[in-house]
Design a binder for this molecule. Structure first.
Ligand code: IPM
Ligand code: SF4
Length: 465
């Protein structure tokens, strides 16, 4: 019977069927971060359970850690240091490899793990974090779990779960120049809605997806969780194989050759049937900006805050979003004055993102009064950027240049923009107070963030003269 790529990975990892209403699935890799992972390690230790395969589990510091230069264990969030220390102690006691604050491999978990070759096509990978779906970009079945499931996975290298339904999103046509994977991700959630992926394994397919480089695929898959998907996946191809070759934890020698052979065969069969199918034309996508407090509340950059009745402008959520964001229907997004610009997060903080933003900032200055921050997604990205002189471009434009981490994507570290500050941000969530109490987040690509920082107002990156 023909199968999807998801079916193939699921079936090859199924240890038992119908085990208590679900399948028992072998878990190849477990990733932990200090916000949720330390909790799981502590609770496991308290129950006297050991980590079954410590060499398959990895922990990293990313969420709460300070990203200001010269950082230590101290964080602006008073309780942050406890999370950091608990994770450090828990990882040490359990014998896991930890990428600590000063480790050259440290970074946002979804950025550093592909970088290190910790995520491989055909493997199962879990992490107590909702953006674990990013890693499906390499052809892995990777999904976010809760802390209790993380404990189970650590103790048994398995998880019991119901087989999720499948959905294929086929994106054909070519993205226009200046339009990125982030714009595509925002356009998809804008078109189909935040519930459109509900519980499904979403396979992204089509010529536009195949044309994306691996970093852009990570950006696209990253936002699948914003449509409530179980996870996302893209069939691995030569781009993925080239990306993984020589990475620290990728196989080498004969094991590499065998792995590559199996990865080349890993794709949905031509006649595989999906539970749901959606199609989208990449040529329709323009640079996108969110106006509200849900990632589906987006418009093209030359659009306006929708009138009531369109794009959630009329129902209670829409009205609340308008009030929270301090906007009225009909206001054009372009030219809306901003207070701050943020480039970072597991969506858009890889070297390609930084290069494209720096190309726009080169020789230009951030507008007066704008707080502009760039946070590389990993220490490796930071070092690469510095080797290329990108840090100097960011700094001389007036951006802060930070240590790697989640930073102001999420208020976990305690650092924030001012209440009601309007922030153009390369992150993935624009929920109320996501970037700190009262902050107003507009999601966009790193290019749009850079162009807007220069203009001091939301600006189209294609029009930077
Ligand atoms: C803290 C963590 C559990 C959370 C997540 O699951 O995604 C965070 O990373 C986020 O982006 O909101
Ligand atoms: S960068 Fe933001 S979205 Fe990504 S894992 Fe960190 S907090 Fe979550």
């Amino acid at each position: 019977m023909s199968r999807t790529i998801f079916d193939k990975i699921w079936d090859s990892h199924r240890i038992a069927s119908n085990a208590g209403g679900g399948d028992l699935i072998l878990i190849d890799r477990i990733l932990l971060h200090e916000r949720t992972g330390g909790v799981a390690l502590k609770s496991l230790a308290e129950r006297g359970r050991r980590v079954l395969a410590p060499d398959q589990a990895f922990a990293v510091m990313d969420h709460i850690v300070d990203t200001r230069p010269g950082r230590t264990d101290r964080t602006l969030m008073p309780t942050g240091t406890d999370f950091i220390r608990a994770t450090r102690e828990g990882a040490r006691a359990a014998g896991l490899r930890l990428f600590d604050l000063d480790d050259p491999a440290q970074g946002i978990v979804h950025v550093m793990s592909p970088e290190l070759g910790l995520v491989l096509p055909g493997a199962t990978l879990v992490c107590p974090d909702s953006h674990t779906c990013s890693q499906g970009a390499l052809g892995a079945l990777a999904w976010g779990i809760g802390s209790t499931e993380a404990e189970h996975a650590l103790a048994t290298s398995t998880l019991r779960l119901r087989r999720p339904p499948t959905m294929r999103v086929t994106v054909d046509g070519a993205l226009a120049p200046g339009v990125t994977a982030k714009d595509l991700a925002l356009a998809l959630v804008g078109r189909f809605g935040v519930g459109s992926g509900k519980g499904h394994v979403v396979e992204y397919a089509g010529s536009a997806v195949r044309a994306l480089d691996v970093e852009s695929r990570l950006t696209l898959c990253n936002m699948a969780t914003e449509s409530a998907a179980f996870t996302a996946i893209i069939a691995p191809d030569e781009a993925v194989i080239d990306y993984l070759k020589g990475r620290r934890f990728a196989p080498s020698g004969e094991a590499w050759d065998r792995a590559v052979e199996s990865w080349r065969a890993l794709a949905s069969d031509d006649d595989a049937v999906f539970d749901r199918e959606l199609a989208f034309d990449a040529r329709e996508v323009a640079p996108m900006v969110s106006w509200g407090t849900s990632p589906q509340q987006v418009v093209p950059i030359d659009g306006a805050v929708p009138e009531p009745g369109v794009g959630q402008g009329s129902d209670e959520n829409g009205q609340r979003a308008l009030a929270y964001m301090g906007l009225t229907p009909g206001t054009p997004l372009a030219d809306l004055p901003i207070d701050a610009a943020f480039i970072g997060s597991c969506t858009n903080s890889r070297i390609g993102d930084l290069r494209r933003a720096a190309a726009l900032l080169d020789g230009r200055k951030v507008a007066a009064g704008i707080k502009a921050i760039c946070v590389p997604g990993s220490t490796q990205v930071k070092q690469q950027a510095e080797a290329e002189g990108l840090d100097k471009i960011f700094l001389s434009a007036g951006f802060e240049w930070r240590e790697s981490g989640c930073s102001m994507c999420f208020y976990a570290g305690g650092e924030s923009f001012a209440p009601q500050a309007r922030v153009i941000s390369s992150t993935n969530r624009n929920f109320e107070s996501r970037q700190g109490p009262g902050t107003r987040t507009h999601l966009a690509s790193p290019e749009t963030v850079a162009a807007s920082a220069i203009a001091g107002r939301i600006a189209d990156p294609r029009k930077v003269a």
